[in-house]
Ligand binder design. Sequence first.
Ligand SMILES: [Zn+2]
Length: 442
Amino acid sequence: MRSLQDKIEELTSIPTKNVTSNTDNGALNTLMATLIDQASNSGKIQERFVIAQESLVKMKEQSKKDKISTPIENFVKNVFTDDGSTQLEELPPQIKEIMSQSQETAALTLDLCLHKQRTPAKPMIGFIKALHKGHYSYETGQPGGLNIMSIPHTLNGSGQENCNINQLLAAESNKDDLSSNEKKILNSSTISPPRTINYAIKMLSAYTSVLKLGGEDSFIFQSADDITEWAKENEQILSDNTTHFDKSLPTKLIYGIGDAYNSYYKMAKYAVPNQAWLNLEGFKMKLLTKQHSILLPESVQSLIDNKRKREDKKGGGGGNNNNHNNNNSGTGDDNNQQKKFKVENHTDQPPQLKCSQEMHKKVINEIVYNIDNYDFTCPKNDGTEECLRYALVGVCNSKCKRAASHTSIPPNSARFHNMLKFRTKALAEYNKNKKDGDQNFV
Ligand SMILES: [Zn+2]
């Protein structure tokens, strides 16, 4: 304090005419003059200095209590950038709130937010801890932490459905006695792979709600919102692809998106990540056209396999686990699963059969999915069901359950006439139920 006062006195003693002689520095001179004027009242300056000092100490104490370290703060500001090139100036208030609260309060806040956004989900303990501590990323191939699969819509089959997470977290922080089972839940960073596209979409929606806490203008929220909307719009195609080609598709979808976010988070530790890390356009297209090449890591694959085994033991496919069982009833396709994925084109497809992707979605899928409402059966050839996608869209892949029918349909053959009849009937049905604004197909 002493030395500051000395400095101020020194400043006061500088002859003002030397300073003011340079007319180019008008603004600087005014500032100097103000400073010198203030310095003559050094008592007030001292008072201000003390106040500043006190609030600095208070701030330090507060941030110690908040336990948000500078690197973590920078990381979070990078993650929620709103222009893709600069850090946020402040921590997003709602994220800061969750990080500053105790874990169990943070869990309650999160729960409230998910309900407010109408995306109820039960985040796993690992998810809450990751959000609370600002540790969003995970080891490649080991989804955990802030992965989308750690925020299931319900916790069917994960062993956590009957436990109160807030109570567990509170008990942990109070060092209360916990049963070994509870300890296991607390320490596991389990994820719950989605079994259906509908379930995957619910996970995505919940995840998007969490990212919204970082600000609606943040690039990462907008990208999550976009991919969620996309999945909703394409739910039918994706479900169809799951049913007919790859029953692990819901998990692969979430795993692939999660991987993109994980890379983004990893970048954010060092700098504002490039927006290109969250560019999922190519990925979306590949999922729709079944040309993706996502391989699940062993850790995730074994989770799916175990779940399947458990469900089979329960007598699987029953009507009571209604969250999960829309489309995994198929068995005996293991041979197809092992076959190498190959795109198969319908060569020399008769033009009369041709359907666009859009028409397949709106007209043909409508029939396939509401088969009970219509008098339709899938056309067969020698008792084998025709692959509608191959016959009509003209492209499918070797893992398709109906791959046996992936052979060129000759014009004017019996197969051709059957398919054409089916196509015409489906289109007539579509046109009958068409509303204003619905697309026209021919
Ligand atoms: Zn097919």
